[in-house]
Design a protein around this ligand. Structure first.
Ligand code: 5AD
Ligand code: SF4
Length: 449
């Protein structure tokens, strides 16, 4: 069978799609281009804007392929599938499978049953499987991407119920994986050539503190993964400020291969908005964490998520967000206008901020952020760094080829080199020669390794 997967949204979704791809490949199925696939899988995300419309229009496009082959069918997975569920079957008769984030574990089997004609339609929407039940095809054949970077899920779901967020409803309650299974997977990846691992979870700092946890804390997990010989870079995301332990902060000063960057969603700069968001920390606490991180690792690069126009946010509240962004000096941030998600607590909060006002605030915030980003990148000109090469740059200028990679903090660095191939997955020492708006240019000063 030939399948095609389209993925919307966050890193978790990308990772889920990668897992599904490997699981289907291990059954002998093949990834195919959009014009030859027999099965279309749409993996959806509802954290960001207007996800349903996006999925509907994607399905509309897929429907056009039915003319080529009437047996073509589609599967819809992820957050939007969890919300709309069987509703997809009525609206799009060629959708034969819907699966939520837990249901994905059984999606390969379900697809097989549908293909074999044993089942007409399947909905996998229960929050049932614990992570370990998910078949791990990579244990049979560890497929190492050319970039030698890998993501490893350490937990699913979230228990926080921030008042704007749909994740606890779509991805279910927090379930940690057993630390031995995580370590085994990381070791197998590194043995097969992976040099960079990113540990993934909605709230990695509360790893292990749920029913399926094994008593090992996130700081301990970090120490054991970092100790794997041959692992050059270790990252993790996402952190919740209320749960970050002093031991995790200290790890930034202790573990050499733990990269000096942290994504620490602040969401808002005003205590009253944070309270309404049910974030359970104050600005004072957040600033305390930032100070401790900078003490542990002075070169740490901090990034964040911000929401503007949360119900009840005043101009004064928003000004505090601007002030905090400046004070912390985030290297970059993802900022969003608040928007209602079905069923979350904030839907019933008043007064809503007018759309026009929210857009203006978002623009002011993004202008400020762009200036801070530009300045912090400028300050790096002249420094030396290691760049882990991911591929060729999209834009080429001059005679030589430009290769794109990342420095330890995760900043994009484009390096000019004579080589035409063989550099992906290699490190290159480089000196930063120029700062662009969102990336750096470097000149190579040594042999790739
Ligand atoms: N409205 C706007 N932004 C949201 N986010 C999550 N839910 C909403 C919402 N209802 C943002 C948060 C989160 C990021 C992944 O998406 O900033 O950290
Ligand atoms: Fe959503 Fe809050 Fe959980 Fe993050 S911590 S996934 S924002 S509920």
């Amino acid at each position: 069978m030939k399948f095609h997967i389209t993925t919307f949204g966050c890193q978790m979704n990308v990772h889920d799609s990668e897992w599904l791809t490997r699981a289907l490949e291990s059954r002998g199925w093949e990834v195919a281009g959009e014009d030859e696939a027999q099965i279309y899988i749409v993996n959806t995300c509802s954290v960001r804007d207007k996800p349903e419309q996006k999925v509907y229009s994607e399905l509309g496009r897929i429907a056009a392929h039915l003319k080529r082959d009437e047996n073509i069918f589609a599967a819809v997975g992820g957050c939007v599938a969890q919300q709309i569920g069987r509703g997809f079957f009525e609206r799009f008769p060629f959708v034969k499978l819907v699966f939520g984030s837990d249901g994905i574990a059984n999606a390969p089997n379900a697809l097989e049953r549908i293909v074999e004609g044993n089942e007409e339609r399947v909905a996998l929407l229960d929050f049932v499987s614990i992570y370990e039940e998910r078949e791990q095809p990579e244990e049979r054949t560890v497929t190492v991407p050319e970039t030698r970077q890998a993501f490893v899920n350490i937990m699913q779901g979230c228990d926080n119920f921030c008042s704007y967020c749909i994740v606890p409803y779509t991805r279910g309650r927090q379930k940690s994986r057993h630390h031995d299974a995580i370590l085994d997977e990381c070791r197998a990846l590194v043995e097969s050539g992976v040099r960079e691992i990113t540990l993934l979870g909605q709230n990695v700092n509360s790893f292990g503190m749920d029913k399926s946890g094994s008593g090992v804390s996130f700081a301990e997990l970090l120490h054991s993964v970092a100790a794997i010989e041959g692992l050059d870079r270790l990252r993790f995301t996402t952190s919740h400020p209320k749960d970050i332990a002093p031991e995790v902060i200290a790890a930034f000063g202790e573990l050499e291969n733990l990269c000096p960057s942290l994504h620490l969603p602040m969401q808002a700069g005003s205590d009253s908005v944070l309270k309404a968001m049910k974030r359970r920390y104050t600005i004072e606490k957040y600033l305390g964490i930032v100070d401790a991180l900078k003490t542990a690792r002075p070169d740490i690069s901090l990034t964040t998520d911000l929401i503007v126009g949360f119900p009840g946010e005043t101009e004064e509240d928003f000004a505090q967000t601007l002030e905090m962004v400046e004070r912390v000096g985030f290297e970059s941030s993802f900022s969003f206008k608040y928007s209602d998600r079905p069923g979350v607590a904030a839907v019933n909060m008043e007064p809503k901020v007018e759309a026009k006002e929210a857009s203006e605030r978002l623009m002011r915030l993004q202008t400020l952020q762009n200036n801070i980003t530009r300045n912090s990148l400028k300050n790096l000109v002249g420094r030396e760094t290691d760049v882990f090469i991911e591929g060729m740059s999209r834009k080429q200028f001059g005679d030589n080829l430009w290769w794109k990679g990342r420095d330890p903090a995760g900043r994009i660095v484009n390096v000019e080199m004579v080589e035409r191939d063989g550099l992906v997955g290699k490190m290159v020492r480089a000196r930063i020669i120029e700062a662009k708006n969102h990336s750096l240019l470097g000149e190579r000063i040594g042999k790739p390794w």
